[in-house]
Design a protein around this ligand. Structure first.
Ligand SMILES: Cc1ncc(COP(=O)(O)O)c(C=O)c1O
Length: 402
């Protein structure tokens, strides 16, 4: 991976921006003046194209064509169409992903589907560091089945491999950890789970759109992830759900809605699952949100996921180097991996007064995140952030610390 020659003066950062293959992409987003937005990993910014597209969907499609738009404007196909657009970003084939519901709901569907494939095993394994919703969903699902059938077992990240015993039905992991940005080796963890006879469900919320994911090449079984982070789909955008092609017709969604029926408009009494990934649909798709997500995904596709990853690594490397050089002696400790290959698109530092520092930064126009108890978390989204933003953000952090 390309290494950044670290800027020594602000003009060097500007020179990096001038040579940036993705520099034009920033103009595709509506970004407020005077704000350095280091939170695209929580909520991606608004693509300009989304405004015009939503005006069209609302004014023309909904406003004028009304219910005819389900066929006339292809509304009914939107979940699968957006799924197919996301597919290449996560190493999936057309027909392996669909956009629907939230990540939490999709994880529930996938845990039920995967556990159903291992009826003789009674452990759902995950890591203590996993995002809370993943753990809550797992706990809720296990409680529904009863502890005789399924038990959630949590182990520290470093102990996952050894916890993969013959009783594990499903391993549930988040590819990039939400606090530290540490990235799992997806292929290696998938192989380890398969060697133990378990299935793997991946949460790709913090990787989809910022780093290439190779679900297909890794043989991963199932995955879900957020549409509103690096995919820029807007607040509460639909999530996506992936099931490997050869598993799709062996599994069922536990939430059997009419949109996942083989023939929704036959209005039959009995559920017959749609073939393929469409059985993971449930209710009427949120067309406005899906239209917005389609615009956000199109920008990621246009940029190219490999180019985005290159820039993401350069931005995070620069941020780490600048903070460690400029803010030395202020009790900051890097919480993210130093090695680029093990790092997502965010950098976190620990500090005893992390909360106050993040608040001061926000007041100064640098929007980052605080995560209890002591983490400052900075998302360095490669689609709109400039090298000079990284430079300026660190200057402001230094000034606040001083
Ligand atoms: C790893 C991870 N999974 C899931 C979620 C949230 O899922 P949902 O969209 O269902 O709220 C988040 C939110 O930040 C997350 O970081």
């Amino acid at each position: 991976m390309r290494r950044v020659s670290l800027p020594r003066i602000r003009d060097d950062a500007l020179a990096l921006d001038a040579g940036d293959e993705l520099s034009a992409l920033r103009g595709e987003f509506l970004l407020p003046e005077g704000v350095i937005y280091l939170d695209g990993n929580s909520l991606g910014p608004l693509p300009r194209a989304t405004i015009a597209r939503l005006e069209q969907v609302i004014g023309r499609e909904w406003g004028e064509d009304l219910i005819r738009s389900w066929s006339r404007h292809g509304w009914i196909d939107l979940p699968l169409r957006v799924g197919d657009a996301i597919a290449p970003l996560i190493g999936a084939q057309p027909g392996e992903a669909v956009a629907a519901d939230s990540t939490s709901v999709n994880l529930y569907k996938l845990l039920a589907a995967s556990a159903g494939l291992r009826p003789d095993r009674r452990v759902l394994l995950s890591e203590e560091e996993n995002f809370p919703t993943d753990l809550y969903v797992a706990q809720g699902f296990a409680a529904l089945l009863g502890e005789e059938r399924l038990e959630v077992r949590l182990v520290p990240r470093a102990r996952i491999a050894e916890a993969l015993g013959a009783d594990v039905a499903v391993l549930l992991l988040t590819h990039v950890e939400f606090r530290t940005g540490e990235m799992h080796d997806l292929a290696a963890m998938t192989a380890a789970a398969h060697d133990a006879g378990a299935l793997v469900v991946w949460d790709l919320s913090h990787s989809a759109g910022a780093a290439p994911v190779d679900l297909g090449g890794s043989g991963a079984d199932m995955a879900a992830g957020c549409g509103y982070k690096y995919l820029n789909g807007g607040p509460g955008a639909p999530a996506f759900v992936y099931v490997r092609r050869d598993l799709q017709d062996q599994v069922l969604s536990p939430i059997q809605g009419w949109m996942g029926h083989d023939d929704p408009f036959a209005f039959e009494h009995d559920y017959r699952p749609a073939p393929g990934i469409a059985r993971f649909l449930c209710g009427t798709p949120p067309i406005l949100s899906l239209a917005a997500l389609e615009c956000g995904v199109a920008l990621v596709t246009q940029a190219g996921i490999l180019a985005l990853r290159r820039k993401s690594l350069a931005l995070t490397e620069l941020f780490i180097a600048r903070v460690e050089r400029e803010c030395a002696g202020f009790d900051l400790a890097l919480a993210s991996p130093r090695e680029g290959a093990r790092r997502g698109s965010q950098v976190s530092f620990r500090h005893p007064q992390a909360y106050a520092l993040v608040q001061a930064l926000i007041a100064d126009g640098v929007i980052g995140d605080f995560r209890a108890p002591d983490l400052m978390r900075f998302g360095l989204s490669p689609s709109f952030l400039r090298f000079v933003d990284v430079w300026d953000a660190v200057e402001r952090l230094k000034a606040i610390l001083s």
